[in-house]
Design a protein around this ligand. Structure first.
Ligand code: CP
Ligand code: NVA
Length: 301
């Protein structure tokens, strides 16, 4: 029997056609040329094992704007905090709600949940990936550039979950993705297995990676769940996005950051607040991207 819904887990597993459907609808929602609403009320459960501002609130607001409603489950005030398994919790929740967005550490747990769930599961971030973010980021770039074809995107910093999802997206788009990270912090090959990464290049030197960049992207040096230490901070100093680095690109380079930013660490104030920074549009676009993902998962677009 054909499923009446789709999970949104990782970008390389979703077809290019479907990603384009999600993106196209995100733009329409932003332009208010479409104001789709669920005919019958739908309920979203937000289950987050890690903190969030943007993802949580934009899914909440987005769902309500679609004539949906939202319940949020936190570790501290549910039986999860007393040791009830996530699998058991999900089985029960799936009989109450229509769709679930989950944020946790362990990517394999996300996949296990998607196997047992009778409602769509959206990946709201794991240690390995952050696909919702990249839909909003691509939407933001589509607003600035006519096409992403041949665009030079440069990731400088930690080869983390957000970086992995950019790599996943590179399977579907003809941008060039250059990645520069301190030794030992490049994206792990095992997370990227089975990808044919012809348009991804790795660089030890951030200045070389930045040459000809149309867009420079970074993120925190210390993701949620990691421990910071002075040695790590020192190792990353050369990978800061500052005015001097932007001068070396040879182009008018835009800047993206998923936020939250650590000003003075991975990015300076003058870059994040500068006129080439797209971070606020990027954050705003999460709202439209998430509404579109909800509609796609529930097969309404
Ligand atoms: N960029 C992002 O996912 O932000 P939050 O952690 O605030 O959701
Ligand atoms: N890499 C960051 C992204 C936050 C949205 C983290 O996982 O903490």
């Amino acid at each position: 029997m054909k499923k009446l819904f789709r999970h949104f887990l990782n970008l390389h597993e979703i077809s290019k056609e479907d990603i384009n459907i999600i993106l196209k609808y995100s733009h329409k929602l932003k332009k208010k040329s479409k104001t789709k609403q669920f005919k019958e009320k739908k309920i979203l459960a937000i289950i987050f094992e890690k903190p969030s501002t943007r993802t949580k609130i934009s899914f909440d607001v987005g769902m309500k704007l679609l004539n949906g409603d939202v319940v949020t489950l936190d570790h501290s005030d549910s039986q999860l905090g007393r040791g009830e398994s996530l699998e058991d919790t999900m089985r029960v929740l799936a009989s109450y709600v229509d769709i679930i967005v989950y944020r946790g550490s362990d990517e394999s747990k996300l996949y296990k949940l998607s196997e047992i769930s009778t409602v769509p599961i959206i990946n709201g971030l794991t240690d390995i990936s952050h696909p919702c973010q990249i839909i909003a980021d691509i939407m933001t770039l589509q607003e600035k550039f006519r096409s992403l074809n041949n665009l030079n995107l440069t990731w400088i910093g930690d080869g983390n979950n957000v970086c992995n999802s950019w790599i996943h997206a590179s399977k579907h788009f003809d941008f060039n993705l250059k990645i520069s990270c301190p030794p030992g912090n490049f994206p792990a090959k095992k997370n990227l297995k089975s990808l044919n990464l012809q348009n991804v290049e790795l660089f030890k030197n951030p200045i070389e990676a930045a040459l000809n960049a149309d867009v420079i992207i970074t993120d925190t040096w210390v993701s949620m769940g990691m421990k910071s230490n002075p040695k790590r901070q020192k190792m990353f100093e050369k990978f800061q996005i500052n005015k001097e680095l932007l001068k070396k690109t040879g182009r008018d380079t835009y800047f993206l950051h998923c936020l939250p930013a650590h000003r003075g660490r991975e990015v300076t104030d003058e870059v994040i607040d500068g006129n080439r920074s797209l971070v606020w549009e990027e954050a705003e676009n999460r709202l439209y991207a998430h509404q579109s993902i909800l509609l796609w998962c529930l097969k309404q677009i």
